[in-house]
Design a protein. Sequence first.
Lengths: 211, 211
Amino acid sequence: MPQETFFNLPDNKRNLIISAAMHEFSKNNYKTASINKICKKANIPKGSFYQYFTDKLDLYVYIMSFAIEKKVKFFSDVISKFNTLTMFKQLRLLFVKGIEFAKKYPLYAELGEQFSKEHDELAKSAVIKAGDKQAQSLFMQMICNAKMKGEIDGNVDSFALCLLLKTLNSTVNEYMLEKSGNACCVYSEEELLSFVDSLLKIVFYGILNKT
Amino acid sequence: MPQETFFNLPDNKRNLIISAAMHEFSKNNYKTASINKICKKANIPKGSFYQYFTDKLDLYVYIMSFAIEKKVKFFSDVISKFNTLTMFKQLRLLFVKGIEFAKKYPLYAELGEQFSKEHDELAKSAVIKAGDKQAQSLFMQMICNAKMKGEIDGNVDSFALCLLLKTLNSTVNEYMLEKSGNACCVYSEEELLSFVDSLLKIVFYGILNKT
DNA sequence: TGACAATATGACCACGTAGTCATATAATAA
DNA sequence: TTATTATATGACTACGTGGTCATATTGTCA
């Protein structure tokens, strides 16, 4: 956690530091992100930085928790409506909300994606990975629910489906953030939504020709 | 491309350098991989290294092309048999072959995964990404074929399916390399194969309850 | 005003990086 | 043996990194 000194800072100065750190951590992973660059971007001397934060990890945890909290709050209201919906509609809502989030807060979304790919064990564990675990258990909960209701085939491997949904979610996110290295890129929101529908249709109905 | 000097080296010395570089690039991305560490691991002085390779990128391209070529060759024989198989069997064969490859050449598989995640544009473009593009177009070819044969539903979004298969492939690979951050890990080959089947069943038959 | 505490600052440290280059050694040819 | 060429070597440069610390500045209270 940052020192009191940091929170006593005038709002604009504090926000400038946060903004600079968010930009740096959204474009780089923990190791390659540079404190020097953050200081320069925020127009503060190195010494000041270390008056506000104990070290690099301190800042990283602060920024990432920030982004994760933002995302969790953003999704909380749609999740509360889940018990009235079918799993298809739940998933669709989740994906659509994800796209909305990435559009509204692209920086936070990028931070989340960056964190989900973080390799540094120290940094990863320090952020408690509460957010990530939450997402996985959310999918698992949805699957169990849908199975109990008889919505989806009970023979479907829950774990495989959970992983599939998780990777799909990440894929859609990357797509939204235009980070995808694929040649053919989806740009308009309409196209993106129909892309989500295509994915969900595959998962729900399968690709086999039934005729 | 490495200098002639490198190829004139005695086999064991040259292979030691290649091995050291493969290990370093399999555990680190382009930026964080260290020439110093490679030299130490291969027991060669820094000066010698720069007699063999013009720079870091030169080595990176050489090693990655090496790994990609190995993978392409490994898959070539199964792909040649594709025209006699259904798409389900094609995909299953592809995934199984992928698992086999990762088991037989874990280092090469790790290099491939590392490369597919490489963020550095310079390094990425230098390797021509021929391997990656090839994989994507292979999936697309399979999809078109299966559609023409009437094997899979013509209404399925080919592009979405292609992306889905690509991410699934990557997921299975990561799984195999035990790099997955998931709590529940699959270890035995039997479990892994049944996991692949579970995924393919979802994709082909969907998860919707038909009763 | 004077005294004390909170904060601001940038030169500095130890380390790691990619890459260079003059010199030393070995191999080859005359 | 001598001259020439190919290779081996590690100290070196310039730069970037996270982090420190003595000093300078500011704010606050008596």
